[in-house]
Design a protein. Structure first.
Length: 484
């Protein structure tokens, strides 16, 4: 994994708060923080992603001599605090939903329970890792959903915002459903299939297009996929490709296909398919690229485009229509010396920004007959266990007159324990295992929740215990403010 020391990959105020907690001898106080993302008009669901990198970061936290010397040079930290940092390591617990889990706004997708200084330090890096990878995995899932059963290749490296985004974005895209990447380093690091053809420059560097295709075919006779739009797609590109395909077949090879990178992809793909089929090359594929995303792919599908492979770059790796996930990291509880959980809440005039207090988990309700997910609810750890032999009634988190009842159902809690007392206790799955799990997760949701146009709103409720705790805390704080 990443061999850089990422301990200082944090905001300065995390360190100044740590220094303050240390000064007031609160370094052993146990805090609980939740990672979740807020609702906005672009979010319907998300695929949780980035846990493996979070684990790698947390387990390797350490302040070396260089880090201590740098912090000393800022002249804002006490010598005693800097001495404490020399032996710093994470000794707390981390709970999280497995990578590839479908999650929704307001749900705690990762929870840190640790001494306050440790829990405070890791906030920025966790959000940096999970916000981006979750964003890209989700975008990839939507693109692959639009592509239906076609293959999708990620090739956004040249448009990614720096190397890390290109590398970990490729990983996240595969979790979201992509079949391959053009990124060779990501392929090496994560054992992802790599794929690619040739550039327009290859065609331009030969005396004519036919010669360019022929020379490429001689180098890769069993993987000849030609970019046919350098000069004139239908009058030159496709006919020249067909001539070379004829030669390949006559020499015992199987032509791969063509790639379209510009123009009216629906029209060109249909015409190219006719030409290829008429020439006897029905087995060849048509690959398309060029600023594609789930909406353009869906439109091309609806127009009857004859495309088998989609190459998606810029709009995937940058998640162009929503370039940032609104993930946050909020204090939800303090645990005292006797083990009592003291819930904490953040209030706001914006209802969406009022946090859910307490040490929590997520429970998903499945219909036993269909196996489909029907609703989630966030609950307090330690709440009374639900008797699944009896009907389950869930209530809207704010509009309490809205209720839904389930009878033939089963329940699944989503968070797993990942780190205990600073040690890894979770068997991290391979990338292929995460991808397969993510696919099963997505298949467990009705299409109504995944459609691109006005998807149905999935129900995420609060347990009665959590709702009452939240209500009581809000009322208590407001009453205290009035009395003051």
């Amino acid at each position: 994994m990443d061999k850089r020391n990422l301990t200082l990959l944090t905001d300065l105020y995390q360190l100044t708060m740590m220094n303050g907690y240390f000064k007031y001898d609160r370094k052993d106080e146990i805090a609980v923080f939740d990672v979740f993302f807020r609702q906005n008009e672009m979010i319907t669901y998300s695929l949780a992603c980035g846990l493996e990198q979070v684990v790698d970061y947390i387990l390797n936290l350490n302040f070396g001599d260089e880090e201590i010397e740098y912090l000393k040079g800022l002249n804002i930290f006490s010598p005693e605090f800097l001495a404490y940092l020399k032996d710093f390591k994470f000794t707390g617990d981390v709970y999280a939903v497995p990578e590839g889990t479908v999650v929704f706004p307001g749900e705690p997708i990762l929870t840190v329970k640790a001494p306050i200084l440790q829990a405070q330090l890791v906030e920025t890096a966790i959000l940096n890792i999970m916000n981006f990878q979750t964003l890209i995995a989700t975008k990839a899932a939507k693109i692959c959903y639009a592509a239906e059963n076609d293959l999708v290749m990620e090739f956004g490296l040249r448009r990614a915002q720096a190397p890390d985004a290109g590398i970990y974005g490729a990983r996240a895209a595969v979790i979201g459903g992509c079949d391959a990447t053009s990124n060779v380093l990501a392929g090496k690091m994560f054992n992802i299939p790599v794929s690619g053809t040739h550039a327009h420059s290859w065609v331009m560097n030969f005396k004519d297009e036919y010669t360019a295709f022929m020379e490429y075919a001689k180098v890769y006779p069993d993987n000849a996929l030609f970019l046919v739009d350098t000069y004139d797609t239908l009058n030159q590109g496709v006919p020249n490709a067909i001539k070379v395909f004829d030669w390949l077949k006559s020499n015992g090879h199987k032509p791969r296909g063509i790639r379209l990178d510009s123009g009216d992809l629906a029209y060109l793909s249909k015409k190219a398919r006719e030409m290829l089929d008429k020439a006897g090359h029905t087995e060849t594929i048509i690959c398309a690229s060029g600023d594609l995303d789930e909406y353009s792919i869906n439109s091309l599908k609806n127009q009857g485009a004859k495309i088998n492979l989609w190459g998606v770059g810029t709009r995937l790796i940058t998640s162009s229509d929503m370039p940032a996930l609104s993930g946050v990291y909020k204090l939800v509880a303090i645990i005292d010396k006797d083990g009592n959980v003291i819930p904490k809440i953040k209030l706001s005039n914006n209802t969406a920004k009022i946090t859910n207090p307490g040490f929590k988990d997520i429970c998903r309700v499945y219909d036993k007959t269909t196996g489909k997910a029907e609703a989630d609810f966030v609950f307090l750890r330690g709440e009374k266990e639900i008797d699944t032999s009896k009907p389950l009634v869930l209530t809207h988190p704010t509009e309490r007159w809205k209720k839904i009842m389930f009878e033939n159902y089963e329940l699944r809690t989503l968070q797993v324990e990942v780190i205990k007392d600073g040690k890894l206790v979770y068997n991290l799955p391979t990338l292929n295992e995460i991808k397969e799990y993510a696919q099963k997760e997505l298949e467990s949701f009705w299409d109504e929740y995944k459609r691109l146009d006005r998807p149905h709103l999935y129900k995420v409720d609060l347990s009665d215990g959590l709702y009452e705790l939240k209500r009581e805390m809000i009322e208590s704080i407001r009453e205290a403010k009035v009395q003051a």
